[in-house]
Design a protein around this ligand. Structure first.
Ligand SMILES: NC(=O)c1ccc[n+]([C@@H]2O[C@H](COP(=O)([O-])OP(=O)(O)OC[C@H]3O[C@@H](n4cnc5c(N)ncnc54)[C@H](O)[C@@H]3O)[C@@H](O)[C@H]2O)c1
Length: 433
């Protein structure tokens, strides 16, 4: 059976130009990589075909091959193709026979980079980028919220190492740069064991700063807009000290990150550790855990399943959403810059949650129509009571990032959402969601 013609996906940036690569050169560090290479890694981290009986197999294969080809173009050779057996609910994994191409850097340019929390949502995208750029990457993760599958496509690569380790315990390694991300980031996960979250924030950061001090590695911590709490200032700039409830259910995370920042500047002033502090605002993208209660994944999964979309509160609270590739551009630019003050990294385009739910519904319908899916009915948007301490308004002032890093978000929320919808659709087709 012949496959239908492959129609590639076009992605446009805020100015209407096509996005074919992400990243840029800043401060002598080039972080540009082709978008289709990245997509071939995350839109189907494990390319799974569903086993069916007889001639149907061929038909399913052709449909899935075609869907896959739209994202990976000529990169299918670098994909593993695992087989899912619905009758026994089992999966037969294959390992890669060939790794995606990585840059060949001279030793003087190749960095030894440690990424704590590298198996999580943000970490795995950072790892993909650093690997494709040709650096040596070590992932340190206890797999509390992360999963080996997010970076398994690099296992066995000579530039890659994965270590199961809890950052609450000391760790020794030789490295040039440390991206310290390890910490659960979504409310259900960080509230699951509040004491452990505080330990991870404090002791984990203490251990990694100790390592940076010993190795003279540059240290970047991923802090959060939560350090501003329920802010009285809009938009939030880095000099605002925040308005945080120290004993509420979110305090283990918010105060944990605040003390982690304090510790970071303690090591900087006292011991001369070279530090970078990124205050990340709401970020979304493929590989986000669909069940962790974050608004973007909640809305998309509900809409794709044809279930009611749940808005907490009256839907008038506002949020801004940043796409993962913009965040990774910002983190790499910050790491390689001379900026030691905290830097907000986020997208300032503000939506009310109610508006956002409508946008997600519209994009899900658009993608379903493009793929020729049957849409039985339009999903409803329903309103439920607001959880405690949920901030009403949050929007980054990114002037500092623009001035010192020459960084600005490039992805529109619409383009990011489309990619995210396709990612969750692919996961559903595989049977893993
Ligand atoms: N995603 C966002 O919107 C956002 C916003 C602000 C800040 N951040 C920060 O970015 C970082 C990454 O967030 P994410 O969204 O990828 O979350 P995530 O939960 O997907 O990833 C966190 C990773 O850290 C690991 N981890 C947790 N505790 C650990 C420990 N004690 N030892 C070793 N590993 C541990 C987890 O297993 C996981 O792989 C976090 O520090 C988070 O606070 C994220």
């Amino acid at each position: 059976m012949s496959s239908p013609a492959v129609v590639p996906i076009r992605t446009l940036d805020k100015n209407g130009s096509e996005i074919t690569s992400v990243g840029f050169e800043r401060f002598g560090f080039d972080c540009e990589v082709p978008l289709d290479v990245l997509r071939s890694l995350y839109l189907r981290p494990h390319y799974v075909t569903t086993a069916t009986s007889g001639s149907e197999t061929e038909a399913v294969d052709a449909k899935e091959d075609n869907a896959h080809a739209r994202f990976t173009q000529g990169l299918a050779a670098y994909q593993s193709k695992s087989i899912y057996h619905p009758d026994t609910q089992s999966i037969s994994y294959t390992t890669l026979s060939r790794f995606p191409p990585v840059k060949l850097l001279p030793p003087s340019q190749r960095k030894r980079v440690l990424v704590t929390g590298g198996a999580g949502f943000v970490g795995s995208h950072l790892v993909d980028r650093l690997m494709i750029l040709g650096h040596e990457v070590t992932v340190l993760d206890n797999f509390f919220t992360g999963s080996k599958t997010t970076v398994s496509h690099w296992v066995g690569h000579p530039n890659f190492e994965m270590v199961r380790h809890d950052v609450v315990e000391p760790f020794m390694i030789e490295c040039d740069q440390i991206y310290h991300l390890a910490c659960p980031a979504s409310p259900p996960h960080y509230q699951f064991n509040a004491v452990k979250t505080i330990k991870t924030s404090f002791m984990g950061t203490l251990n990694m700063l100790g390592l940076a001090k010993r190795t003279k590695a540059r240290f970047l911590i991923t802090s959060t807009s939560e350090v501003y709490g329920d802010p009285e200032v809009h938009p939030q700039h880095e000099d605002y000290w925040g308005h945080v409830n120290p004993i509420g259910p979110r305090a283990c995370y918010d105060e944990g990150k605040r003390v982690a920042e304090t510790l970071t500047y303690g090591f900087h002033r006292q011991d001369g550790v070279d530090v970078r502090v990124a205050r990340i605002f709401n970020t979304y993208g493929p590989r986000m855990n669909p069940y962790d209660g974050r608004v973007v994944s909640n809305f998309i999964v509900q809409a794709l399943r044809g279930e009611d979309m749940t808005v907490y509160g009256d839907g008038k609270q506002t949020r801004s959403f940043q796409y993962i590739h913009d965040l990774i551009d910002g983190l790499i630019a910050l790491m390689n810059s001379d900026e030691t003050r905290p830097v907000n990294i986020g997208n300032g385009d503000e939506f009310t949650i109610g508006q956002f739910a409508e946008l997600v519904r519209e994009i899900v319908e658009k993608v379903q129509k493009e793929d020729g899916d049957v849409i039985p009915r339009r999903v409803n948007i329903v309103y439920k009571p607001m959880p405690t301490d949920d901030p009403q308004k949050r929007r980054p002032d990114t002037t500092r990032a623009k001035q010192t890093l020459d960084w600005q978000p490039r992805w529109t929320v619409r383009m990011g959402l489309e990619e995210m919808v396709r990612y969750y659709k692919a996961k559903m087709a595989e049977g893993s969601l």
